[in-house]
Design a protein around this ligand. Structure first.
Ligand SMILES: [Zn+2]
Length: 765
């Protein structure tokens, strides 16, 4: 890593890109190997992650690659997303997780596995003969079509293959991490050949055709090519990084326009990490300005208290979070995984400590909380719906994206606890750990029980006394910030989101003690509605409310198993605050260890809450409005629950997971978001499969955004013309009586645009 960083820095300086005035103070990461966690919640998360990592079978993860290369498998591939089109995506994440876990924990078995997987991938690449290696089903046929310009891109289906570039980006990133963190030269060789194969793949394509490919979710493929440029210094990779950057996202960001509402959120964030990296490497500020604008909008207008964003995987309107409040599909963990990566990149680029306020908030409240602290399962959605809950993956099942990113999340907590400039140390996070900066003979041990105690202690061990600065982050949330050196209180000036520089001739055994206060406040949702969360310092508080009805708590391989599909508890029955918010803050009774009594509830750090329903957001009414607004909410809940109770299955068109889980296929199809509704249309055909469990549904309702003309489309159910019962209010009702599996296909006549379909819903009556 150190070598890699130096190279990075050389590139950085050679190109004369340094924008900041203090060239010598450019912030840099330490090598993960130089940091070790000490006992505490983060060390526990790392240990539990290591166990989960070792429970996975490398041969099962490799199977899609062997199959795609025509080689015999050594074990069956995993099920779930690993065998319905995203075959091989977890292996890419797994390489990254192994590489970072080896750097963080030094476990030899982890290193052996990484080396084994790289060797097997090299064999697959050799067999393919053209530099390609990947797990995508029927990869050869698929890529040949792309190479020949036969491209039909839609938001997650490219020629009806589920996000192939997203999938292969995971492999690029995994190989790059294997080289970056463990100096694996074979990984470097594979990824360079893979990069060259890709460049050849897109060589005959026009810019327009490439942008058509990029309509489909493609992870951070631009970032991978920027990384290849850092590794090789060959300009062709940076040019490719720019070429595979999605202009439909970049252009509005350059104009400082937020056009994100309705877009699949985690599709966009990795593209922006790529923009930021290209900005740094090319010296063209427009890229990093776009990234910064995106960051500001997402962190300030689109994120909830725990750092997550979006619901049902899509960005909601900034002025309306009600959809998220009602949904069992709250913010997705992958989004925060990527926002943390973007925050880290911006922090390093801009030398600006304020990026760490959001990074830290998300680290404690989303990332740390997204792993089961004993069993190790990973969380996909974190609902903010009061009195709902979360479900966890299991090693043998549930091969979701958030398992891939989850494996990585808990392997790299050391990455930003400290950072450095040429000679100086920066202490960014109050996490028990050691820093061993061998190059400078500086060793620091940090001991703290934060956030359960508001202090941290640092002890320096030096071979000989030397002059340098130790810079302590004064977070935005810290009050009465106080620093002592060897027991003597220092005169310091602090301001929120800054460093306190302690420069002196340090000697071995010197101690730095940091003390501060935190207080609890209520933080409103960004939409200005009357919902807010209790936050103490950087820690979001929530209350356990019930351990009943936790259906599917540990997920199997079933469809939508990543969603906590247990029943909704009515919103009007959740705890609400009536009157002044300040009275509720005053009411909190401290119970110790960040637990507080609030009437019948006990608030505690959200990251400690597992296997339980919980309430994180609370509604606040004035005394005058309470009855009327509460009655209205009650009525809305009754209607929503009645509709759900008679719903057997439903598809939200244009929403990736909903469509994938219903076997979406289509041609010449567009999707989008208008007037608070997602939709899909087609100029050829679309099809889905719904399940009419126990044949209990009688009707299939298709709701549209546009007026509907049945002369211009054909609707087939199980290959036969559908029986139309009614057509009113932009909803068409079809008969599905006594049909168990409903394969629905809609054809558009004469290549004209079909109406924009919003939702398919099977109803009992
Ligand atoms: Zn995910």
């Amino acid at each position: 890593m150190k070598i890699f960083l130096r190279k990075y820095k050389i590139v950085y300086y050679l190109l004369g890109l340094l924008i900041t005035s203090s060239a010598t103070a450019q912030m840099q990461l330490f090598d993960l190997k130089e940091i070790r966690l000490k006992d505490g919640p983060f060390k526990n998360a790392q240990d539990v992650d290591l166990k989960y990592i070792l429970e996975l079978n490398p041969d099962r993860l490799l199977a899609p690659y062997l199959i795609a290369s025509g080689l015999p498998v050594k074990a069956e591939r995993y099920g779930n997303w690993e065998s319905i089109g995203l075959d091989g995506h977890i292996a890419g994440h797994y390489l990254s997780a192994l590489a970072m876990m080896y750097a963080s924990a030094g476990n030899q078995e982890v290193k052996n596995r990484l080396d084994y997987m790289i060797s097997e991938l090299a064999i697959c690449q050799e067999k393919n003969g053209n530099g390609y290696v990947g797990g995508i089903p029927q990869g050869k046929v698929f890529w040949d079509r792309i190479h020949n310009g036969d491209i039909d891109g839609s938001n997650f289906g490219l020629n009806n293959t589920w996000v192939p570039l997203y999938n292969i980006h995971k492999l690029f990133a995994g190989l790059i991490d294997a080289y970056r963190y463990t100096d694996n030269e074979k990984a470097k060789s594979i990824v360079i050949k893979l990069g060259d194969w890709f460049i050849e793949l897109i060589r005959p394509l026009s810019d327009e055709q490439i942008q058509n490919i990029l309509k489909t979710e493609h992870g951070g493929i631009n970032e991978s090519f920027a990384d290849l440029y850092i590794i090789t210094k060959d300009k062709k990779y940076l040019e490719t990084a720019e070429k595979v950057s999605h202009l439909a996202i970049l252009n509005p960001l350059e104009k400082k326009e937020d056009k994100l509402t309705g877009l699949h959120a985690n599709t966009q964030i990795p593209k922006v990490i790529g923009f930021e990296k290209i900005g740094v490497l090319s010296g063209d500020k427009k890229w990093s300005d776009a990234a910064e604008f995106f960051w500001e909008n997402v962190t300030q207008k689109r994120s909830v208290a725990f750092g997550g964003n979006s619901f049902a995987e899509h960005f909601n309107p900034t002025e309306d979070f009600s959809g998220m409040l009602k949904s069992n599909q709250g913010p997705e963990t992958c989004n925060s995984y990527n926002m943390e990566r973007l925050g880290k990149a911006l922090f390093l680029d801009k030398n600006d400590v304020s990026y760490l306020d959001f990074y830290e908030r998300t680290l404690y409240n989303h990332i740390l909380s997204s792993q089961h602290p004993q069993k190790g399962g990973f969380v996909y959605f974190t609902p903010i719906r009061p009195n709902h809950y979360r479900v966890y993956s299991q090693p043998e099942t549930s091969m979701w994206c958030c398992v891939g990113s989850g494996l990585e999340n808990h392997s790299k907590y050391g990455e930003l606890i400290y950072s450095h400039s040429d000679n100086n140390v920066f202490v960014n996070l109050f996490i028990p750990s050691t820093l061993d900066w061998k190059e400078k003979d500086i060793y620091i041990e940090q001991s703290t029980k934060f956030p359960f105690e508001n202090n941290t202690n640092l002890v320096l061990k030096l071979k000989k006394s030397k002059t340098f600065s130790v810079n302590i982050r004064c977070p935005k949330w810290a009050e009465n910030f106080e620093i002592s050196i060897n027991g003597k209180i220092q005169k310091i000036e602090t301001k929120p989101s800054s460093y306190v520089m302690l420069k002196r001739k340090w000697k071995s055994g010197d101690q730095i003690s940091v003390k501060f206060k935190t207080s609890t406040h209520l933080e409103s949702l960004p939409d200005g509605s009357n919902w807010s969360a209790f936050v103490n310092g950087p820690i979001v508080l929530a209350a356990k409310t019930s351990n009943k009805d936790l259906d599917g708590l540990f997920a199997d391989d079933s469809r939508m198993g990543h969603v906590a599909s247990g029943k909704y508890y009515p919103l009007d029955q959740a705890y609400a605050m009536i009157g002044e918010k300040a009275d509720y803050i005053a009411k909190l009774k401290e119970l110790g260890d960040l637990h507080f009594r609030l009437d019948s509830l006990e608030l505690e750090p959200f990251f400690e809450i597992h296997d339980s329903r919980y309430q994180m957001y609370f509604q606040n009414y004035t005394k005058e409005q309470y009855k009327q607004k509460h009655d209205l909410l009650k009525q809305q809940e009754i209607e929503a629950m009645a509709l759900e109770a008679k719903t057997i299955d439903k598809i939200n068109c244009g929403e990736q997971q909903s469509e994938v889980d219903h076997g979406y296929k289509g041609e010449k199809s567009d999707s989008g978001y208008d007037d608070t509704k997602s939709w899909r249309s087609t100029r050829s055909y679309i099809s889905y499969q719904l399940l009419n469990k126990n044949k209990s549904g009688k009707f299939l309702d298709i709701s549209c955004i546009d007026e509907f003309n049945t002369d211009k489309i054909t609707i087939l159910i199980n290959e036969k013309p559908a029986e139309i019962i009614s057509l009113e209010n932009k909803t068409i009702r079809l008969n599905i009586d006594k049909v168990e599996i409903v394969n629905i296909k809609i054809r558009s006549h004469d290549g004209s645009n079909s109406p924009r379909f919003h939702q398919f819903r099977i109803l009992k009556d």
